[in-house]
Design a protein around this ligand. Structure first.
Ligand SMILES: [Fe+2]
Ligand SMILES: [Fe+2]
Ligand SMILES: [Fe+2]
Length: 436
């Protein structure tokens, strides 16, 4: 089986949808038809009215899904603060557009979207950020994205106010005619509002038709970069994009995910797994903790034992990891692996009890390597311990928590070899990784 074949040219589209889900988990913006999707839909509807090219309408829709991706790096306590932000907090929040553009620009197929992400808070009269663009300096896509973002944000409940009705939201938006937004664009947003083609809570018939016409096509187009390369090599650019988003939330996961990926791949190879399974193991290792974006930093950085409620939140991260991976067709098998990465060999562990024989061997490889890495690196609740200590702890739990075969391979590998393996390969994931 190849991870990407001719039937799956939609991989980039699916990845952006998966990124949208990561952001939703991060912001706890769980309703089915959340802000980012509505912004994407509104942009596409107005984009068609403006007469944008089909390809641009499509890209603007996807830009809508990820326009706030940079919020992943902003302190959730500020983002969810009740009441107005002070000047310092506002400056911190403003950085999300610059951070977001850097994340999106890491995949060169998305470089035009990266600019839109950077500029989605620019204003018609030059008072926006980060670059203070003025009138026609704002590309028309940004004029649309900015107005729709504002229109929809007003209809989204916030900590300091309930949701405005669509009519009220439009009246407020209209007060910015000629200041924040181009009057011509405001007119088109009004037309869309009058025609009721953007409906909070679900996609309208008109949007669904537009989706079939412009959006449901491979985003990377005829020059099918991802389809040309099979296996993990072709997926590196996408994997790096995911890793960047996840790491932007929890910096410590950066080294952790890469080490778990490389070392798990090694154990899988030693166990004689097929080449495809080794690749799956490496990808699962890299993305196993993607769902941790739903765990607030305060809980992850806690020195004391988590409370019962906090523990419930922590235990849910493999479910979120698997939901994120399920969005991307070539990763669908991997979604089950990450779901079970905290499952014990004897069926205990979380998210839910399972019989031992249903736990996938790849999940069990990830589980033992994950434990090794957690023990040998510094965590808020414990200093880094020696590899020999980790090996001892793993040995004591062979057959109960850990798979015997995978565990034995790991504890019979020299820590010098483990370090060398990681040092040699780390640049594949992070060309700029400074491990020393
Ligand atoms: Fe924003
Ligand atoms: Fe985990
Ligand atoms: Fe982990």
């Amino acid at each position: 089986m190849d991870l990407i074949d001719d039937n799956n040219k939609m991989v980039l589209n699916e990845c952006i949808e998966a990124l949208g889900l990561i952001l939703e988990y991060n912001l706890k913006d769980h309703p089915a038809h959340q802000h980012a999707i509505r912004v994407g839909e509104g942009c596409a509807l107005v984009g068609e009215k403006v007469g944008l090219k089909p390809k641009t309408i499509q890209r603007l829709y996807y830009a809508g899904l990820i326009h706030d991706v940079g919020k992943i790096s902003i302190d959730l306590n500020i983002l969810s603060k009740k009441g107005p932000l002070n000047a310092e907090e506002f400056e911190a929040v403003k950085l999300h557009s610059v951070y977001g553009s850097r994340i999106v620009a890491s995949l060169h197929e998305l470089s035009d979207m990266a600019l839109w992400v950077r500029w989605h808070h620019e204003k018609w009269d030059g008072t926006g950020y980060p670059d203070g663009l003025y009138k026609d300096e704002l590309p028309v896509e940004i004029q649309i994205l900015g107005a729709i973002d504002c229109f929809d944000s007003l209809q989204t409940p916030r900590m300091d106010r309930p949701a405005h009705t669509p009519d009220d939201a439009f009246n407020i938006l209209n007060q910015y005619r000629g200041t924040h937004y181009n009057p011509d664009i405001i007119d088109l947003v009004f037309e869309m509002h009058r025609e009721k083609t953007l409906i909070p809570g679900r996609s309208s018939e008109e949007f669904l038709q537009l989706k079939d016409k412009y959006i449901n096509f491979p985003l990377n187009g005829s020059n099918d970069y991802f389809g040309e390369y099979y296996g993990i090599m072709g997926l590196y650019p996408i994997l790096r994009l995911f890793a960047r988003v996840i790491d932007a939330k929890h910096h410590y996961t950066r080294g952790h995910s890469i080490r778990v990926s490389l070392l798990s791949g090694y154990v899988a190879k030693e166990m004689g797994l097929s080449r495809d399974d080794v690749i799956k193991t490496e990808i699962a290792g890299l993305l196993h903790d993607a769902g941790k974006v739903s765990i607030p930093n305060d809980i992850l950085n806690k020195v004391d034992k988590p409370t019962k409620k906090e523990w419930e939140i922590i235990k849910y991260h493999p479910v979120h990891s698997s939901e994120i991976l399920k969005k991307v067709t070539p990763f669908s098998d991997i979604s089950e692996i990450v779901y079970n990465h905290h499952r014990w060999a004897d069926g205990r562990g979380y998210p839910e009890k399972n019989s031992p024989d249903t736990a996938n061997i790849i999940s069990q490889i990830i589980a033992v390597v994950d434990a090794y890495d957690a023990i040998t690196t510094e965590r808020p609740y414990s200093p880094a311990q020696l590899p020999s200590t980790a090996f001892k702890k793993i040995e004591e739990r062979l057959g109960s928590q850990f798979n015997r075969e995978a565990g034995e391979i790991l504890i019979n590998t020299s820590p010098k070899y483990i370090n060398a393996l990681i040092d040699m390969n780390v640049e594949k994931f992070y060309p700029d990784f400074n491990i020393m």
